[in-house]
Write a new protein. Sequence first.
Length: 376
Amino acid sequence: MTLDKHEQTVSGNSRELMKAAMLRKPTARIPTMPQICHDVCIRIKATAEGTDWLEGYRQCAESPDLIYEYVIELARRVCCDGLRLFVLPDPMRVVREGDRLVVLDEKTDKRKGIIDSHGGGIFVPDVPVPPVETLAEANARLQNMVEQLSDEKIDLLRNARARVPELFVASAPGGITMNTYTELRGREQGMIDFYERPSFVSAVMSMQAEAMIQRAEKLLNTGIDALYIGDPSASASLLSPKHFETFCLPAYKQFCQHFAGKDILNYIHICGNSRPILEMMADTGANAIEPLDPLGGVEVSDAKARVGDRVALMGGVNTLTLSNGSVQEVREESIRKCKEGGPSGYILASGDMVPPATPLANLQAMVNVARESSWR
């Protein structure tokens, strides 16, 4: 789509601005959608209240609905335009062992694994699930993933979304390519399969796309605005561009083509070094690509020049600046990114997930650059 220079500029609430930016329409200002996960929300709240952030992690693991509370509270506090509300994990029984959060089996009290308190608060099992060996086994595992997205979880997401009607909300059906494939086959074996079982990889990738389409169809009933396709394992930091083109690109196209023309947007998150695959990311049919990770060598100006006429861009602010820099450094970098990516078809955001140790003042400084159009 080529923008008409006389096309009317979109103004309005945050939700409308975000939608317009993802469709590369002119907007009254550049919107912002920080990559907020509940880990940074927990840390910021604990810092403000002088409480134990590990206890916040433990509570969220045992009562996952608290995750929505944390994310919505911080999004409202900093006044960003968009947020991500992911499908909640199942509740877990968690005990403290010093600085470790240990997950116990609810029936036997035996240890099952730990909560990775420095890696987003995810569950890391002591005994990994055995890898699948056949297409039938892969299909069974994928269908189980579809069934795990229960009506109860859909209702929880729908209710959370309804609490912020003026904001743009995205959610994720799951990883379409390498993230899910390495769950099924193991990380090392998944890479070896490119050479030893290429037809198997392609078949499973297509099955994965179909499974995530089924999960995404359920998400449409929650009133979200966009589908987030997160797949950091597909970056050129780990895969060659040729392998991405052969195995990942067809699955992304399969997913995006299914939702083309429907009342839902979608965007692709591939962090790390996505520079060699920017054109292919634009070829998927997604509305936007992100996070344009500077730590992976990606530059907003380069992405804008190469694919900005075909797809919206989001991200670019260095996560190290957010976590370790001063307020002024965050502000200056955010202004540079807006100048490189704007004035239309760009959403200000961090170059990956906002680090958990990010000070509230730094996050607020990034948001304010967009809300106040400081970059102009």
